[in-house]
Design a protein around this ligand. Sequence first.
Ligand SMILES: *[C@@H]1O[C@H](CO)[C@@H](O)[C@H](O)[C@H]1NC(C)=O
Length: 451
Amino acid sequence: MLRILCLALCGLLTGSRADPGAQLRLGMDIMNHEVQSAMDESHILEKMAAEAGQPRPGMKPIKGIKDVKVKDVLTPVITLNVVPGEGIFQCVSTGMTITGKSFMGGNMEIIVVLNITATNRLLQDEETGLPTFKSEGCEVILVNVKANLPSNMLPKVVNKFLDSTLHKVLPGMMCPAIDEVLVYVNKKWANLYNPGPVGQFGTVKYLLASVPTPTASNIQVDFSPEVQKQGGSAIEIADGQTLELPEGYAEGSSQLLLSAAFLTAELTLLQKSFDVKIKDKKIGKLPQTTKTLADHIPAVAEAYPKPKPLVTQIKINKPPKVTMKMGKSLLHLHGTLEIFVARRRGKPVSLFLLEVHFNLKVQFSVRKNQLHMTTSFNSLLSLSRESSSIGNFNEKDLTDYITDYLQEGYVPKVEDVLQVGLPLPDFLDMNYNLAVLDVAENTLVLDLKLN
Ligand SMILES: *[C@@H]1O[C@H](CO)[C@@H](O)[C@H](O)[C@H]1NC(C)=O
């Protein structure tokens, strides 16, 4: 008994523990577009019309009618609605003209308007683990039947025709069409699990965290992304952040949400590249020499009476961290900043080493279907002296100097590194370049737009 209870509880706990690092809210705007283009791509209606003329099982020859043909299949109107907990209710309204010849002469024409309905569920394919649509409960509803008959044709024959042919044959003819269209839609999930490169640094895979859930206005697809270092281990995504979509997004619209924790894990791939050594650089108009530094710390002038060039080394010793509040995102960097005096011969001599924590303001954008970040210096949060070869000094006197230095010397180097884009989930041929971005609590929102 206890074991059963634990199994149930533990199942629940593991099921609800991990916060998705990314979430797709798939609205009916995108789904409509997808289904419509899949219908076009699959040429399904032409195929149906061609097939309809063929004799098929269950279709008894109709007494008194020959040369039965289907023509003028109407362009279908597709309506999709999410049914919470169920899936997408799909209705394809279309029509066609059935023609034939009476044996006694004269042309027969029947115009049929019909709805094909089914529920499409987004499941997880057992073999590939990929999201996949499957339709259930397909039905054909005759909306309207109008017959144009030669006067010598008996209504009884026509009724028999409608009964035996339309009611029996149409579902068998139309329902496979729904499935075939879904094959085309499903193909567009096939690349989802291909690792997307983060430059040369590593890869990201958007794995499904659970079976997608239909909610009142969209299908929610939770991802637990896998961030993998090049030739190394996976980087863990910190738990404990919930994704948040602010109010004000249109009903039925689609969004991709990325958590700050996930972006942090991606930037951890770049951590080593944020280490830099800078020399021969002017900050403002001033060259980097002991003389410039001596304006802030007089002890430098005592140790080096003649101006000597400086070399600065910045090492980031903690994973970079992204934080997000309504409308503002910051990139936090912790590390050491060491200033050396360059010598004509031999190794540079360390002047001092400071422990620094500063942050940069981040601006997100999408280019070439990848997420990009640009940064600008925001603030120096802490500065403490770890070692010095010129004796004690108050590191606070260096605040302006270090701030200028980070702003003008370091941020451009960070920008160079951030030239690599971050991959976005590849599904349904999504064009992210049109997305409108917004920063919410711990969440980057990409409001997805169609072409
Ligand atoms: C057929 O589908 C259309 C469009 O979804 C809908 O307006 C209409 O009520 C449906 N008719 C029937 C008989 O189900």
